[in-house]
Design a protein around this ligand. Structure first.
Ligand SMILES: NC(=O)C1=CN([C@@H]2O[C@H](COP(=O)(O)OP(=O)(O)OC[C@H]3O[C@@H](n4cnc5c(N)ncnc54)[C@H](OP(=O)(O)O)[C@@H]3O)[C@@H](O)[C@H]2O)C=CC1
Ligand SMILES: O=C(CO)COP(=O)(O)O
Ligand SMILES: [Zn+2]
Length: 352
């Protein structure tokens, strides 16, 4: 008897465009979300869009409670959970970058509540995904979380965010090239479960973004539109896979290790972009595809060197040689690369 099953959890609504925060009440009603919302946000998004969201949500229910978190950590999730235990909200809202949205979706899963994702920056591809990513000591967990019932991405707000946040989102998407190749490698060498649909969607998302890179320019609201659509598509790939595999390979392990070694120095997307150049080099191939990755990053103005990240060369080498220890996920790094190999890869690609 055939016994395989799959459960793909996707948002019911994805609303993207100029001024769509104005449709928040409609989206909440359409999602059948009851009661008082608890908004999980971080300092800058709270300032940028907090009042507008509170006002919009107040038209469909009791005035929202707000909690401001500073870090993506299990402590922050605990803080949100204890606030939720006090106020007993009907649903959660993640308002901000990857940090706030991840914490909201994980707290929502814990409390078995609905969740809405309102990104204020196009900086990461977790805006749609049902995965949360949290560092924990020497390791990092990618945990199943509550996927958003609705995503409201207001390009007017997102386009006003600092440009570097948008280039970080682009780099998070460009890194899908190497993530998919690592996933295929893990499938061939370790029999890791692979989804052709998720792999193809993730790769195609990176290709479309790169094809449109001429239209991704500072000051153009259309850029926010293009990048948000790619972030949504990449998140859908993760939802289809039921893991972050389509969007996270060795380049992400490298970035997670940088988060430990040089916390708060550079943006997630920028780190994975640099990691992707080096990963593409290590993955080899006839066409030296690391040039394509580097050129794509350069064309949208994302960093391509450690100096541009603000991270010193030795930290890059340490991150490369220890990244495989972060989690049990097979990549081109295998069970670790030597210091000499790391130095060679980072210097040939011009990262250091
Ligand atoms: N679950 C998933 O599938 C994924 C999760 N992630 C996770 O997401 C995080 C990375 O996301 P990222 O967005 O870079 O991180 P943050 O949420 O830390 O946001 C980055 C910076 O942007 C600021 N910011 C956000 N919106 C605005 C705005 N409109 N104007 C000005 N500043 C703004 C934040 O301010 P402030 O400091 O005040 O918050 C912060 O300083 C990581 O923790 C990563 O692991 C990434 C990809 C996928
Ligand atoms: O950042 C992500 C995808 O872009 C999520 O991946 P991780 O599971 O490695 O945190
Ligand atoms: Zn990422």
């Amino acid at each position: 008897m055939f016994e395989k099953t799959t459960w793909i959890r996707l948002p019911r609504s994805v609303v993207v465009g100029h001024g769509v925060l104005g449709q928040t009440a409609e989206v909440v009603a359409d999602s059948h979300l009851p009661g008082q919302p608890l908004i999980v946000t971080s300092p800058t998004p709270r300032e940028v869009a907090g009042e507008q969201v509170i006002e919009a949500l107040s038209t469909v229910g009791p005035e929202p409670e707000v909690i401001v978190v500073e870090t993506a950590s299990f402590d922050a999730i605990e803080e949100v959970l204890s606030r939720a235990a006090e106020v007993n909200p009907g649903y959660l809202v993640g308002l901000g970058g990857g940090k706030a949205i991840d914490i909201a979706k994980m707290a929502a899963a814990d409390r078995d509540l609905g969740f809405i994702s309102i990104p204020t920056a196009a900086s990461h591809d977790g805006i749609v995904s049902g995965r949360g990513s949290v560092p924990d000591g020497d390791t990092r967990h990618s945990v199943a979380a509550e996927p958003p019932l609705a995503v409201i991405a207001d390009t007017e707000i997102i386009a006003q965010a600092p440009w570097r946040l948008t280039t970080a989102g682009c780099a998070d998407i460009i890194s899908n090239y190497t993530a998919v190749r690592d996933w295929q490698l893990a499938h061939r060498l370790k029999n890791a479960q692979y989804s052709e649909y998720a792999g193809a969607l993730s790769q195609m998302t990176a290709e479309i973004l790169v094809e449109n890179s001429d239209s991704i320019r500072e000051g153009l609201e259309e850029s926010a539109w293009i990048v948000v659509k790619a972030l949504v598509s990449s998140g859908v790939a993760m939802s289809i896979a039921g893991s972050s595999r389509p969007a996270s390979g060795a380049e992400h392990l490298f970035s997670h290790q940088l988060d430990r070694l040089a916390p708060g120095t550079a943006l997630h997307g920028h780190q994975v972009g640099i990691g992707s150049i080096i990963t593409a080099y290590l993955q080899g191939g006839d066409r030296e595809e690391w040039h394509d990755v580097r050129d794509a990053l350069e064309s949208i103005g994302a960093p391509t060197t450690a100096a541009e990240l603000g991270i010193d060369d030795e930290t890059v080498i340490e991150a490369l040689t220890t990244a495989h220890e972060i989690r049990d996920r097979y990549t081109i790094l295998g069970d670790g690369i030597s210091e000499a190999a790391a130095r060679e890869a980072a210097s040939v690609t011009g990262v250091i």
